[in-house]
Design a protein around this ligand. Structure first.
Ligand code: MLT
Length: 411
């Protein structure tokens, strides 16, 4: 018989969102008339912006002609999209990122896992707790950890606890680590980091020759103009950070798939013999071998995000979801719960009511209110006692979910 990758056998239970799906399916089969409202997985609900749809339709028509047909595109993405991203997302904010440093992809989740392909085995890895589970699971799958303990913490990883006490922004580690995962605005807690806080991380990384993997998938939801959207707004970050971005949440591309990873030129790692190696060259090599690019029509749709109409439509979408977040916050606070996040991010992080752990609250809300959220413990041991609600849904569903939730909490 063929041997399997034994690292997969170290993984705890199922991936969080399929596990939620399994429980919801079981509940809805047992209660077929229940109108379930899903505020669990952060999947968008509102239609694709018109500018993106028009661009995709035009691209389809173009592909239907001999002159306009496109086969394989560049593995790194079309230059016109990379240029639009570099100018609008980075240079316009004073971040020095060039088109060449942008790799267009089909998702930040995939890239944040795939990046391990170009990183060595001996790195000491730091993740926050709670954390987006992909960072941990992908390291387990790649054999970069030992086994999990009874709390689900893997040997070999450095866990940096985040909580209300530290504003959900991890303390700089006292020991030396080589690889640090940061996500701001944060999934799951909705917390943000100031420029000064990110500067501390960049200074730490430079001093320790560490690499920061910076997940900025939710940057579009930042409302406070003082907050940084990119790690490259921070001095020194080009020498120590890779950034992941996505069109999924701001422009509704969770189904159509388009994202990007920035690997600055001159960002170095080292080979086993100590020789310095450029990470850009390795990522480029990896993408050329294992990836064939995002479809032409989806890249045309993504390019339209940067047109005048596209910008206005995306801003309206973000505004819509942030109004949902404000409603969720208001209602949870009125119900007497301790609430975090939801002001610069589409996630609201709430302390579970006394006597209920994360999955206990999940089950109670599902059974009594027919509302689905995400148990905080699914994001790590320190997420126990918390619960995440996503602002991605229609206004009617958010209002109805909150009315049911309040009724359930006051029963
Ligand atoms: C989430 O709910 O945490 C997100 O949907 C995860 C993702 O974008 O992969």
């Amino acid at each position: 018989m063929v041997q399997v990758n034994g690292n997969y056998l170290k993984l705890k239970a199922g991936y969080l969102f399929p596990e939620i799906g399994r429980r919801v399916k079981a509940f809805s089969e047992a209660n077929p008339t229940a109108q379930i409202i899903r505020l669990g997985i952060g999947d968008v609900t509102e239609p694709l912006p018109e500018a993106c749809r028009q661009a995709m339709q035009a691209a389809i028509d173009e592909l239907g002609t001999r002159e306009g047909f496109h086969g394989y595109g560049p593995e790194q993405g079309y230059l016109w999209l990379r240029q639009a991203i570099a100018q609008n997302d980075f240079q316009a904010r004073g971040a020095q990122v060039s088109a060449e440093e942008i790799f267009v992809s089909d998702g930040s989740k995939c890239d944040s896992a795939n990046i391990l392909d170009i990183l060595g085995e001996g790195n000491r890895i730091a993740v926050t707790d709670p954390v987006y589970p992909v960072y941990v699971d992908s390291n387990v799958m790649a054999g970069r950890t030992g086994n999990a303990d009874e709390l689900g913490r893997y040997a070999g990883l450095t866990y940096l606890p985040i909580s209300a006490e530290n504003g959900f922004c991890a303390q700089i580690p006292s020991e030396k680590v080589d690889l640090i995962y940061l996500c701001f605005p944060n999934n799951p807690t909705g917390a943000v980091a100031s420029k000064a806080q990110l500067q501390q991380w960049v200074d730490y990384a430079l001093a320790n020759e560490a690499l920061i993997l910076f997940d900025a998938a939710y940057e579009a939801f930042i409302q406070d103009p003082e907050l940084p959207h990119s790690i490259y707004e921070i001095e020194g970050a080009r020498q120590c950070a890779i950034e992941f971005r996505s069109f999924s949440k701001n422009a509704g591309f969770t189904g159509t798939r388009c994202a990007l990873t920035v690997v600055p030129r001159g960002l170095m790692g080292k080979a086993a013999n100590g020789e310095a190696v450029e990470l850009w060259a390795l990522w480029n090599r990896r993408q050329c071998t294992k990836f064939n690019g995002v479809s032409y029509l989806v890249q045309r749709g993504a390019e339209a995000v940067y047109s005048a109409a596209g910008k206005a439509q995306v801003q309206a979408l973000v505004h819509f979801y942030m109004e949902n977040a404000a409603i969720i916050r208001r209602e949870l606070i009125a119900a007497g719960l301790e609430v975090y996040g939801g002001e610069q991010a589409p996630y609201v992080w709430v302390k579970t009511p006394a006597g209920l752990d994360s999955w206990g609250f999940f089950d109670r809300l599902l059974q009594q209110a027919h509302v689905v959220g995400t148990p905080g413990s699914g994001f790590g041991a320190a997420g126990e006692g918390y619960f995440r609600l996503s602002a991605f849904n229609s206004r009617a569903n958010v209002e109805e979910a909150m009315a049911r939730l309040r009724a359930s909490l006051t029963n």
